[in-house]
Ligand binder design. Structure first.
Ligand code: PEP
Ligand code: MN
Length: 361
């Protein structure tokens, strides 16, 4: 059976664990032995080559560290995986006997690099896992799978590790769950593993994101695990000990994907009520836009601009202040009001400038 099919059909979660980077033989073997002793993972990871954002950070020990990972695999009986970013990495990893390769986010973003790696594994029977690109581009992620399929590598798995943003207050990489969900819609055949370590950047949030991934039916988790996380040479704040990993896995609540007919009929009743409310919500939005158009006609007749900034700032502030009455977050109220406002502006623009020019003519 293909590795990806095993992930898809096995017990959830399929866990990939091991250090961000291989630092010494003792470190790699020590933590992998502990992970295996607790029966916490099905695949061992260690970064050998580390693509770092800025030069001067630890870039991985390279080739010398490969035998440590392979040895950890032999001792525990578990398969191993490492990140490859070019043809040379592929050749060395294959020669050393690494069982699964993965492409990092900074590689998936570059079609030339992805193609180079795909060409390097052509004809080899090896599973490949592909992390999402750093930017939220679903097509680029799908394209990476296609490049491997085009050279005959079909044992593929996706890893969701979140997307880069500038200075986010909570996450290192925002999860934007809609993107892996869209990948599932486009490619239901591919298993998806969530990497909460790189999404959160901090160990205190690992459980929250792991639970969310399980609730969204992800097949697995990749969690960086280190014998002494605070001393790690890379990604110290997000790594956990083998015990910490075990605690996270034990705390996860795994809900069933299958729905019995009894449960389904109760659920359908509840969904029916929601759908009635949704109907009302959209009727109200439609009515609101009609009123907006009336405002637009009035503004046109009186020759005033569409955007009355102070008015809109006051409207939003008043709604945000009342967010607790609605049990909504500030972020949601803002996003909803912004979306409504943009749609209102579109309606008003149509009224006020009915004869906009067609540039295609
Ligand atoms: C990693 O897994 O250690 C890594 C570098 O991840 P990413 O490609 O998601 O940044
Ligand atoms: Mn890392």
């Amino acid at each position: 059976m293909k590795f990806s099919e095993r992930i898809k059909s096995g017990t959830r979660p399929f866990v990939v664990a091991g250090p961000c980077s291989a630092e010494s033989e003792k470190q790699v073997i020590g933590v992998c032995d502990e992970i295996a002793k607790n029966n916490s993972a099905q695949l061992l990871r260690a970064g050998i080559w580390k693509p770092r954002t800025r030069p001067g950070s630890f870039e991985g020990l390279g080739e010398v560290a490969l035998p440590w990972l392979v040895e950890a695999g032999k001792r525990t009986g578990l398969p191993t995986t490492t990140e490859v970013a070019n043809k040379k990495h592929v050749e060395l990893a294959l020669k050393a006997g690494v069982d699964v390769l993965w492409l990092g986010a900074r590689t998936t973003v570059n079609p030339f690099a992805v193609q180079e790696i795909a060409d390097a594994v052509k004809g080899v029977d090896i599973p490949v896992m592909i992390k999402n690109p750093v930017n939220p581009d679903l097509q680029l992620w799908i394209g990476a799978f296609e490049r491997f399929e085009n050279v005959g590598i079909t044992d593929l798995t996706a890893i969701h590790r979140g997307f880069s943003v500038y200075n986010h207050r909570k996450y290192r990489n925002v999860p934007s769950w809609e993107i892996p969900i869209a990948l599932k819609e486009n490619r239901p055949d591919l298993p998806i593993i969530c990497d909460p370590s790189h999404i959160t950047g901090k160990r205190s949030l690992l459980l929250e994101i792991s639970q969310k991934a399980m609730d969204l039916n992800f097949e697995g988790l990749m969690i960086e695990t280190h014998p002494s996380p605070d001393d790690a040479w890379s990604d110290a704040a997000q790594q956990v000990t083998a015990q910490g990993l075990d605690d996270i896995l034990n705390a996860l609540v795994l809900r069933s994907k299958e729905i019995s007919t009894d449960i389904l009929s109760v659920l359908q009743g509840m969904r029916g009520k929601i759908s009635v409310l949704d109907d009302r919500l959209f009727d109200i939005l439609g009515a609101r836009m009609e009123l907006t158009e009336e405002v637009g006609r009035f503004k046109r007749e009186n020759n005033v601009t569409i955007l009355q900034q102070e008015h809109w700032t006051r409207v939003i502030a008043a709604r945000i202040e009342r967010r607790d009455d609605y049990k909504l977050t500030k972020h949601f109220v803002r996003q909803l009001m912004d979306a409504i406002h943009q749609e209102s502006i579109r309606h008003q623009t149509k009224i006020m400038n009915p004869n906009s020019i067609d540039l295609k003519k």
